[in-house]
Design a protein around this ligand. Structure first.
Ligand code: KIV
Ligand code: NA
Length: 266
């Protein structure tokens, strides 16, 4: 099998098909998810929480993401690979962002993801102009947890909604080809998706994004315990982890996940 490109994902969206993304941090889960038809694997800095045991993503380093990206690349044949730029690895200057993005691309990423909107537009353009595809990330941006004052729904109220629309447009204009929308009201995510021509990937942003991203540990209920409102346990009723992954892919494709119970109101 040939590895998917960002053009292949754009074609899926143009054909009206939802794009299915999962986080992955190692070769065995990458193999499992690739085999279940997941189209994109994100080496998220959520690995700070689920792999390293930190309570935020802030301690994650470029070397950490590069290590896990290489493992995910080795474990998969088809999925489009996106690596998160960790906290502090892109904020100083476009040059610093480029240097660190190069490390992640060399480790096997086909695109990097960074948090922020209009404030990051110059950096996004700098990367894209130099051959590095960029995914933005708006709404709940976990690297800003201490500014947000906790992990809370974002984009509530007209002022915040307008800021989010402006940020999404600024990212698209700067050359980003994908944007993750995390924990925002479903109607706002639907509106932003309709407004853009690039792909939106939702997590806690309703069913009307161009695709969905699921954190693998959430989808497979590892470990059991408190999960966010938008999480569904796909192990429930599954006969194997592979079966759970196939059910998750099918549920995103047929728009049965996320349901209204996984969604934030405006
Ligand atoms: O780090 C991560 O897993 C992410 C996704 C939740 C989008 O950024
Ligand atoms: Na992340």
């Amino acid at each position: 099998t040939r590895r998917l490109t960002q053009g292949d994902l754009a074609k899926l969206y143009a054909a009206g098909e939802k794009v299915v993304m999962f986080t992955a941090y190692d070769a065995s889960f990458a193999r499992l998810l690739d085999g279940a038809g997941v189209e994109s694997l994100l080496i998220g800095d959520s690995l700070g929480n689920v792999i390293q045991g930190h309570d935020t993503t802030l301690p994650v380093t470029v070397a950490d993401i590069a290590y896990h990206t290489a493992a995910v690349k080795r474990g998969s044949d088809r999925a489009f690979i996106i690596a998160d730029m960790p906290f502090g690895s892109y904020h100083e200057s476009p040059e610093q962002a480029f240097r660190n993005a190069v490390t992640l691309m060399a480790a096997g990423a086909q695109m990097v993801k960074l948090e922020g909107g209009g404030d990051m537009a110059k950096t996004v353009k700098f990367l894209v102009d130099r051959g590095i595809p960029v995914c933005g990330h708006l709404g709940l941006t976990p690297q800003s947890v201490h500014v947000m004052g906790g992990y809370k729904v974002q984009g509530k109220g007209e002022a915040a909604a307008q800021r989010l629309r402006d940020d999404a447009l600024a990212l698209q204009e700067a050359g980003a080809t994908m944007i993750v929308l995390e924990a925002i009201p479903a109607p706002l995510a639907a509106e932003v998706t309709a407004m853009l021509h690039i792909i939106t990937i939702g997590i806690g942003a309703g069913k009307d994004c161009s695709g969905q991203v699921l954190v693998v540990h959430d989808a497979f209920d590892i470990p059991p315990g408190k999960k966010a409102k938008f999480v569904r346990n796909f192990m429930d009723g599954a006969t194997s982890v592979h079966d759970a992954a196939c059910r998750a892919v099918a549920a995103v494709k047929d728009c049965s996940y996320p349901g209204p119970e996984h969604t934030y109101a405006a």
